[in-house]
Design a protein around this ligand. Sequence first.
Ligand SMILES: [Zn+2]
Ligand SMILES: [Zn+2]
Length: 243
Amino acid sequence: MEIVLDCACGGKLAVHEGQAGLRLPCPQCREEVRVPSLGDLRKRNGVVPTTNPVFEIAARLRSGELPLRECAGCAAPAQWEVPLVAECERASVESNEVHWIWLLFAPRLFFWMPGWGVRATTREYGRDTVVKTPITLCDSCCHQRPSEPGEWGATLSRACFTGGLFACLFWLPAGAGLIGVAFLLATWQHRRMRAFRRRLSKWFGTVPAYTELRKEYPRLVLHLGADPRPLAQSVLSPSLRLG
Ligand SMILES: [Zn+2]
Ligand SMILES: [Zn+2]
């Protein structure tokens, strides 16, 4: 794309991206005109540079623009920072392992299953993208912050399900009852997790840089760190952030 540069004499000089950084003679006065850098030329052309929001957040954390000095919950001045981990992408793992539970129903599957008994292979695709960033909170929001629900609801549910399947082999009502309990436990765990994630998402949404991250990775999962730290003085004092 051609860009027209102005010379001090009023002459016009048409350049293209390949000439970025060069000094070219003005067609009118023959004086040298400096062609701007490639980035500046593109900016003049209205080309917005695209950067991955992950790098953008890292740059903002380095420059001190992040974390914000306002509370993510209520916009009051913040006193605490809590580590927040955004899991953007996980490497996907493919495995040919067969869960042992199937042996319970079809012991003979063991002999039929092609490849069963062959060593399990696990392949990994892609890579993990995890962004660690503190979120800032005021005193009262920090005290009321949700804690990540433990996994024990899910563990108990799995145990009940397995126990239920086992019990079915001996006494059907007991087995069905246990499977029912497993289902209730799983629902309860799911609800707790959802409430927790919804609250975190609300906080996350108050920081514009993070909204970009969510656009790039719609399935991102948030985790909140356990211990809050008093907000660093360098972050609180604007004078220290200059330069
Ligand atoms: Zn000129
Ligand atoms: Zn607050």
